[in-house]
Design a protein around this ligand. Structure first.
Ligand code: KG4
Ligand code: ZN
Length: 366
């Protein structure tokens, strides 16, 4: 069975072709066109620009995926697209294209929950044991979402807790912006945190005893700390200027050692505060729900220090740990194709009359 999937839930246009059967699957193509540059100057994603760009990028990505794999669209068995959650005007583009192709070629259509795509991604490339998804506690941690889910099998998901304010990735992005670093903020903070002292600044670890998460207090703690250590938050400068005052930047405005040192420790301390919360709550959930597998997915799970510490914490408790390879953690269509393939093999399909849903839920609360 060959599935073609589109992912257009936010500002990334992605197309993938995945072939699979009972014994395994093979990714034939995975194309992603990023729009980061188009939105950067607005300081956030502009929905209309995103959807216009999806319309521009999707046709050539489809052509490239088909031509590099020598696949005719008529040979595809099912067309899938992300149907939510996400930006309505973005979701509509991918879903409309997939529905049009399914109708045109007389094939099946599958609307896939973006979060299910993330949740199943750690199983991508893993030898299949039937279609079974081993019971696991899944941490989905991205720019739009931070949630813990108990997955007891394909489509059997229950929500343990989610963020009550910012997602972890959003906190990385907002703090990076305060520090005058680029977007997306996660990789920037990770890069600057390398070699830093994670204990130098004492940031809060909020709601540790709750099922839910909160990261806005951490972001505010960073904002209040900056003036005390001689760093002017970049938004307070009203421009994208260098976020340090004269005391720690030289006359040319370039960064000197003092600032590098502060920045390194600040990034490391901030990163560690997020890691502590994610690791502590995930391990507690795995123990509470008595699973012996933890999975982690979403853009923030690219973070090497988070992966290392989560793996170590799991191993201390004799819990198996699985995380997708980094290229599969950020938004892509391969994870959507994979979820579609597993669903198809289990007898699921969607109707082309099914609407996109910007607030599509993955799981009901336990
Ligand atoms: O999954 P994703 O591509 O999109 C959403 O569904 O939100 O996640 C993007 C988020 C951004 O907030 C980005 O800053 C964060 O993932 N991210 C990271 C890293 N790479 C991406 N956060 C921490 N460390 C990283 N290395
Ligand atoms: Zn995502």
């Amino acid at each position: 069975m060959t599935v073609l999937a589109l992912e257009t839930s936010c500002d990334e246009t992605a197309v993938a072709i995945l072939r699979g059967d009972r014994s395994g699957h093979e990714l034939l193509a995975s194309e992603v066109a990023s729009q980061v540059a188009a939105h950067e100057k607005y300081g956030g994603i502009v929905p209309e620009i995103a959807s216009r760009n999806h319309l521009i990028y999707a046709p050539p990505l489809l052509d490239r995926a088909a031509s590099t794999t020598k696949t005719r669209l008529s040979q595809i068995d099912a067309f899938a697209a992300t149907s939510g959650p996400g930006l309505a005007s973005s979701l509509m583009i991918g879903a409309s294209i997939a529905k049009g192709l399914a109708i045109g070629f007389g094939k099946r259509y599958l609307g896939i929950n973006h979060l299910e795509g993330h949740l199943l991604s750690p199983f991508f490339g893993v030898e299949k044991e039937g279609n079974d998804i081993k019971p696991n506690v899944s941490l989905i941690v991205s720019g739009g979402h931070t949630m813990l889910v108990v997955a007891r099998g394909l489509t059997n998901y229950q929500l343990i807790g989610r963020t009550v304010d910012d997602a972890a990735g959003e906190a990385f992005d907002k703090v990076a912006k305060m520090l005058g670093l680029g977007y997306p903020g996660g990789p920037e903070i990770e890069k600057h945190a390398r070699g830093g002292d994670p204990k130098r600044f004492d940031f809060p670890r909020s709601m540790l005893a709750s099922d839910n998460f909160s990261f806005s207090g951490l972001k505010t703690a960073v904002r209040y700390l900056l003036p005390k250590i001689g760093v002017i938050p970049s938004e307070a400068q009203g421009s994208q200027g260098i976020p340090v005052n004269d005391a720690i930047s030289d006359a040319s405005g370039s960064l000197d050692y003092a600032r590098d040192d502060v920045l390194r420790d600040l990034c490391a301390s901030f990163e560690q505060a997020i890691i502590d919360v994610l690791v502590t709550k995930t391990i507690a959930a795995a123990q509470k729900y008595r699973v012996d597998l933890v999975t982690m997915s979403g853009g923030v799970s690219c973070n090497q220090e988070l992966r290392r510490q989560m793996r170590e914490a799991c191993s201390c408790k004799r819990i198996e740990f699985k995380s997708a390879e980094p290229w599969l953690c950020t938004d892509n269509a391969a994870m959507i194709a994979f979820a579609a393939l597993l669903r198809l093999e289990s007898g699921f399909e969607s109707q082309v009359t099914e609407e996109i849903d910007p607030n599509l839920a993955l799981a009901t609360k336990l």
